[in-house]
Design a protein around this ligand. Structure first.
Ligand code: MG
Length: 370
């Protein structure tokens, strides 16, 4: 059956956060996310949806308006390609626009959605087989004080969450106190990740990780670069997760080869979408590295994309997903799609992505390419 891309329609949507959210020791504040939604149409009448929603402009080098500009540049190069041939689409995008992986992920996602619908199976099954074991959603505890941290964790526990990403990375003494306090209230079966979001210098990192060595807590992205993380790797006992420094397949290979992390935090928008993220998954599995999978931010569409990749990770190696749906006040899909049930997301059985937005909720498109 021939199948060709015949049109790309782009929407911009603001997704307000229910509570303002701080990262990296309070350096970075977020109140609204700039989402780009993309619908790819085909000559077979199948349409696929993609989303790219960075966490503001300050979190990592990803830019909401840059996604839309990137799509404008890449659209003529992918038009008329068969979207099921995701490698052809990837190469066409790379030819049109080197780098800018975050601008490519929504197009890649929409192509996988079309491919799944055309094959009549969920994306995860098309990728080789998706686990139906529900995936734990990690909360985001962006608080500052011990009391606020306890309050936010309780708020998430009330919604069933059993995994928490506690944002630290500010004052060293306060970070140590917060880690000790959270560990003191941690329940059996709860997973807690302490996410520094690059906020520590090398000496900060050593001070906190050595002061909490008896707890052996998992620390995510303690410093700015892989060089920093490498410099510390033999000087503390904490398991390390890397997410913001995991961008390319070369990063994944280096982290695995040099033993820089025990966990990959794969951010689909950051790494360029499912096609590229699947290669990182395989490097991780080949080296005994566990995974968290997340979109970066966005609506239930972005959460669902992450869930599909997470479903292709063996249950034992998947520590969880991160979903933004409980943090934003806008719902572009009217309650459809995988939703938080007792702190977990379950893979949809609908072919393709498994959830599409209400187009009426998106307003007028900002661009249409034919
Ligand atoms: Mg993180």
């Amino acid at each position: 059956m021939p199948l060709k891309i015949t049109g790309i329609t782009v929407w911009q949507v603001d997704l307000p956060l229910e509570h303002p959210y701080w990262l990296s020791g309070g350096r970075l504040k977020f109140e609204v996310l700039d989402a780009t939604l993309v619908r790819i149409d085909t000559d077979a009448g199948i349409s696929g949806w993609g989303e790219g929603t960075p966490r503001g402009h300050t979190y990592v080098p990803a830019h909401g308006p840059g996604i839309r500009a990137g799509i404008e540049t890449m659209a003529p190069f992918v038009m008329r390609l068969d979207p099921r041939r995701v490698l052809d689409v990837e190469r066409a995008m790379d030819l049109a626009l080197p780098g800018h992986l975050y601008a490519k992920s929504p197009l890649d996602m929409a192509c996988w959605d079309i491919a799944g619908q055309a094959a009549g199976v969920p994306i995860a099954d098309l990728m080789g087989g998706g686990s139906r074991t529900p995936r734990a959603i990690a909360s985001s505890v962006g608080a500052k004080t011990i009391e606020e941290t306890r309050d936010v964790i309780e708020r998430y526990r009330a919604r069933g969450y059993v995994a928490h990403s506690v944002k630290i990375g500010g004052d060293v003494t306060r970070d140590i106190a917060r880690i000790r306090d959270v560990e003191s209230i941690r329940r059996p079966g709860e997973t807690v990740l302490y996410d520094v979001n690059r906020g520590w210098t090398r000496s900060d990192a050593l001070r906190v990780m050595r002061a909490t060595e008896d707890l052996q807590v998992m620390v995510e992205q303690p410093c700015e670069t892989l060089d920093d993380i490498a410099a510390l790797s033999h000087r503390h006992a904490c398991p390390v997760s890397v997410d913001e420094s995991l961008v390319t397949l070369q990063d994944a290979a280096r982290i695995a080869r040099d033993g820089l992390a025990e966990v990959f935090g794969i951010k689909l928008n950051r790494v360029g979408g499912l096609t590229r993220a699947a290669r990182m998954r395989d490097i991780a599995l080949a080296h005994g590295i566990d995974m968290f999978v997340m979109a970066t931010g966005g609506s239930v569409l972005a959460d669902t994309e992450a869930l599909h990749l997470a479903a292709t990770v063996p249950d034992h190696n998947c520590l969880g997903v991160w979903a933004c749906q409980d943090m934003i006040t806008a719902d572009i899909a009217g309650g459809r799609g995988p939703r938080n049930i007792e702190g977990h997301l379950t893979l949809p059985e609908t072919p393709g992505l498994g959830v599409h937005p209400n187009e009426d909720a998106l307003g007028d498109p900002v661009a249409v390419y034919k």
